[in-house]
Ligand binder design. Structure first.
Ligand SMILES: *Cc1c(COP(=O)(O)O)cnc(C)c1O
Length: 455
């Protein structure tokens, strides 16, 4: 692109596009990056600058950009059909992907319901649990509420925001939302019970137990981001928490909905986070990495038992009346199949263990920085929490935008990362090379150092 074309496009971006989760007044004051293409771990903008993609294009890109087998699968499918509905009829990639997905999913999950984003996958889970109890012979119509966790993030639609527990994102919409029971979630660095893990008795889980003990006859499901609350700042749960939630759900006869939108597809070092603790949820939500970061696709998986609650004659009105227009899109499913095949063919879950160890080793250095309060990692997801004072764990004033300044500093050095408040998030794709991982960590280190120690 020549200079004039570049400037026109940058101006049009400012004139026409309203960016998500972005304060547009400030966006206009910074230099814009407009991505034109990507290859492997790298993004290239219209000015020809190269950036290391340190967040897998918002946690979706599992194998790098422009992965040949995925490109090929997509092209092959475009030669057949781009879209055909899943309402009442079927299509080849949607069937094949569902079958393949169930082969790798936790045992007991038997049906795949498609949609197109993490938020919709969660909405579907909610409605399934609710409707099951309204109409199944084994259900209990009094069970119409949900138990969720503090700091939870389940998406941006009204139902999923109702389950959410991040005030910054969710408080504004309070009047639009349905109420939920809210249990404490583990945030061990700032433990609300002043305990130390390991060694604590997970008092946080005790809150969920108490609520369930009192209200289980009106609770349809517990909704959990298993192992890691991502959007809250990569809050890693102590070992046994997910299993503990499963046991509570069993004891009180409440469904467990696992929102694996962020943690699914190898992100935590196993294919699905629940598999770390041998847990099968009753409903599992998947999106983000499902198509290797290529196309919007999501899936809500459930058991034969819940599915059976929706069977009946037409007049019984037990149908699940839900379905987004692009549900089961053949292009997205074709890429998703190729992505799953890649996991097997390239032995990705074994190979990624080396990268996880390397990331752990590199992150250990960060503790020497004078404003790094906590370093959290599970698999290839990491959060580095910056604090004004390491001893008191006092935060920086939000107006200082410390996290934001750090990622802008990294951008100057050719690395794209994103903060969650003052938590710097690293989310490399599963195939990132050791050299690139090292570069990602080195630049992040320098950026934190420059912003928090030299100003
Ligand atoms: C990103 C995310 C969602 C929402 O997914 P969208 O595709 O953005 O709607 C839901 N749950 C979790 C845990 C997520 O990380």
């Amino acid at each position: 692109m020549d200079k004039e074309e570049i400037e026109k496009l940058q101006q049009a971006d400012l004139d026409c596009v309203w960016h998500p989760f972005t304060q547009m007044k400030l966006y206009g004051e910074e230099t814009t990056v407009i991505i034109e293409r990507g290859k492997g771990s790298w993004l290239y903008d219209i000015e020809g600058n190269a950036y290391l993609d340190g967040i897998s294009s918002l946690w979706t890109n599992m194998h790098g950009h422009g992965k040949e087998v995925l490109d090929k699968a997509l092209k092959a499918q475009t030669g057949l059909i781009a879209h055909s509905t899943l309402l009442g009829i079927s299509n080849v990639p949607a069937v094949r992907f569902a079958q393949k997905l169930l082969e790798v999913a936790p045992p007991g999950l038997a049906k795949v319901f498609y949609s197109d984003s993490g938020s919709t996958a969660v909405e579907i889970a909610l409605k399934m649990a609710f409707q099951y109890h309204r109409q199944s012979a084994q259900g209990n119509p009094r069970k119409r509420k949900f138990l969720t966790f503090v700091n939870a993030y389940h998406g941006d639609t009204i139902g999923s925001v109702s389950l959410g527990g991040i005030d910054l994102f969710h408080e504004m919409y309070r009047d639009l939302l349905f109420g939920t029971y809210k249990a404490a979630s583990p945030y061990c660095y700032r433990c609300p019970y002043d305990q130390q893990y390991p060694g604590c008795k997970m008092d946080c889980l005790e809150v969920a137990r108490k609520i369930l003990d009192e209200h289980h006859d009106e609770i349809a499901a517990v909704v959990l981001e298993p192992l890691v609350q991502g959007a809250a700042g990569i809050l890693v749960q102590p070992d046994g928490f997910v299993r503990g939630v499963r046991e509570l759900c069993d004891r009180y006869d409440v469904f467990m909905i696992a929102d694996e939108v962020a943690v699914g597809f190898g992100r935590t070092g196993k294919m699905f986070a629940c598999q770390h603790e041998w847990v099968t949820p009753d409903i599992m939500c998947l999106a983000k990495g499902i198509s290797g970061g290529y196309l919007p696709l999501a899936a809500t998986l459930t058991t034969e038992k819940i599915f059976a609650g929706f069977l009946g004659e037409a007049v019984e009105n037990k149908t699940f009346f839900h379905g987004h227009t692009y549900t089961g899109n053949p292009l997205a499913c074709a890429v998703a199949i190729a992505s799953l095949e890649l996991f097997a063919e390239e032995n990705i879950m074994e190979r990624v263990q080396g990268s996880i160890a390397l990331l752990r080793e590199k992150l250990a250095d960060f503790q020497h920085l004078s404003h790094v309060g906590d370093i959290r990692q599970k698999g290839l997801m990491a959060g580095i929490e910056l604090v004004a004072d390491k001893k008191t764990k006092e935060n920086f004033p939000p107006g200082k935008r410390t996290g934001h300044r750090v990622i802008m500093e990294a951008r100057k050095r050719g690395v794209i990362i994103r903060p969650l408040g003052d938590v710097i998030v690293l989310m490399p794709h599963l195939g990132m090379s050791p050299d690139e991982l090292e570069l990602l960590c080195r630049v992040t280190y320098e950026a934190i150092q420059t912003v928090t120690e030299k100003t």
